[in-house]
Design a protein around this ligand. Structure first.
Ligand SMILES: Cc1cc2nc3c(=O)[nH]c(=O)nc-3n(C[C@H](O)[C@H](O)[C@H](O)COP(=O)(O)OP(=O)(O)OC[C@H]3O[C@@H](n4cnc5c(N)ncnc54)[C@H](O)[C@@H]3O)c2cc1C
Length: 372
């Protein structure tokens, strides 16, 4: 046998699992189709390490508690990459979510493991990065964390390599013939098809999850999913006071306005996506929507030509008719009873990557290592 574990994808999930398996003495190979780690969703997120205050609205209490606990862990283990930052929620006369609703939400958030929140006194509103004050009734401040998703993923893959995991970039998984105790795997790298054997496969290919699953033989029934695009824009202007949690005037969705290096990042959107995940790009309508939301709340106005950068990523959500905003954000692990050694990860959060890894390792507990 060449490897104990093959991991498909060097996003946050793939690299974390590769590191954990290498730490346990497994021979690990990671295949990544792009030329480096985190070129898919894991560099296109909102870069928040948070419980997800807004998930309380859809009753996802367990997810919020789990993510807040992961936030605490990451603040300790990655202090230079994961930092607490104040979040501000302004409440205007026209805001759909009422002051008392937000206060209840923040209290529940605190009880689930968040930190204390407070009201910002009216005389301090002028210090809030040029936030419009006409019609402003309250400003809440609470705490969550921000990271650099690309750097976090890079760090973990470097640690995995240091522990002995092998990583092939520019290597596309082509297919695998699997039995309950091993898989014969084919992948393409530098124009050549290569073959390796591994005892188990983790399909951590993010929005490509079902494309990859279709290449397994015997076939494994995929879960029904929808890909939902989320875009961000970066505009000039440094925010000094932290993050602003806004209600988009057009549809009342939650949109974040965040400091990002010396600029401001605004996101995100929820646009159903069909097609090749590699081709996802921000739509002009999404850029307009994000600019409109930001400009609605800040005195200094940004124009289309001011947009420095825009990027889009894909969420993997369970298929359904409800609005994507209210769909479950739980991470689902999927395998076939006859092939427990082929595991696929659906969805998930950057914040909970470590927790997802522990669930995956538990499922693969039968994984034999070189010495076993
Ligand atoms: C818009 C948006 C905002 C988000 N914001 C946050 C946030 O603020 N906080 C938070 O906690 N979470 C957030 N998330 C969720 C989080 O970003 C994702 O859950 C996480 O990045 C998914 O990581 P992954 O490793 O599963 O997938 P990916 O990062 O997409 O990695 C999959 C990898 O598999 C590779 N791959 C695919 N097919 C093949 C193949 N055949 N062969 C070889 N390699 C292959 C791809 O190239 C890719 O690199 C956000 C998600 C989106 C879309």
């Amino acid at each position: 046998m060449d490897y104990d574990l093959l991991v498909i994808g060097a996003g946050i999930h793939g690299v974390t699992i590769a590191k954990a398996a290498a730490q346990r003495g497994c021979r690990v190979l990671v295949l990544e189709q792009y030329s480096g780690p985190a070129q898919g969703t894991s560099s296109k997120s909102s870069k928040l390490i948070h419980g997800g205050l807004r998930y309380l609205e859809s009753g996802q209490f367990r997810l919020v508690r789990e993510c807040l606990s992961e936030r605490r862990r990451l603040l300790k283990t990655q202090p230079d990459l994961v930092k607490l930052i104040p979040f501000h929620i302004p409440v205007y006369r026209h805001t759909c979510r009422k002051t008392w609703m937000i206060a209840i939400g923040l209290n529940i958030y605190r009880l689930l493991g968040g930190k204390d929140f407070k009201h910002i006194a009216r005389q301090d509103w002028a210090k809030l990065d040029g936030l419009k004050t006409l019609g402003l009734k309250h400003v809440f401040r609470y705490w969550d964390a921000q990271t650099d998703d690309l750097q976090l993923t890079r760090r973990i893959i470097e640690e995995a390599e240091h522990l002995g995991a092998q990583v092939h970039y520019g290597a596309t998984f082509y297919g695998a013939q699997c039995s309950a105790d091993h898989c014969d795997i084919r992948f393409e790298m530098a124009g050549e098809v290569q073959n390796v054997k591994a005892r188990a496969i983790v399909n951590a290919s993010g929005p490509w999850v079902n494309t990859v699953l279709k290449k397994m033989s015997p076939p494994i029934t995929p879960l029904q999913i929808e890909l939902v695009q989320g875009s961000h824009i970066v505009v000039p202007g440094k925010l000094k006071r932290g993050i602003y949690y806004m209600e988009a005037p057009r549809d009342q969705r939650a949109v974040f306005v965040m400091p990002w290096h010396s600029n401001t990042m605004v996101g995100t959107t929820e646009t159903p996506y069909q097609g090749d995940p590699a081709k996802v790009r921000p739509l002009e309508a999404e850029i307009e929507y994000l600019l409109e939301t930001r400009n609605h709340y800040f005195e200094a106005q940004a124009k289309r030509e001011d947009v420095i950068e825009s990027f889009a990523g894909l969420r993997v959500l369970p298929a359904g008719n409800s609005n994507p905003f209210s769909r479950s954000r739980e991470t689902v692990l999927h395998s076939d009873k006859k092939l427990p050694n082929v595991l696929s990860i659906y969805g998930g959060k950057l914040t909970s990557h470590h927790h997802t890894m522990t669930r995956v390792m538990k499922k693969l507990k039968g994984l034999k290592t070189a010495g076993a």
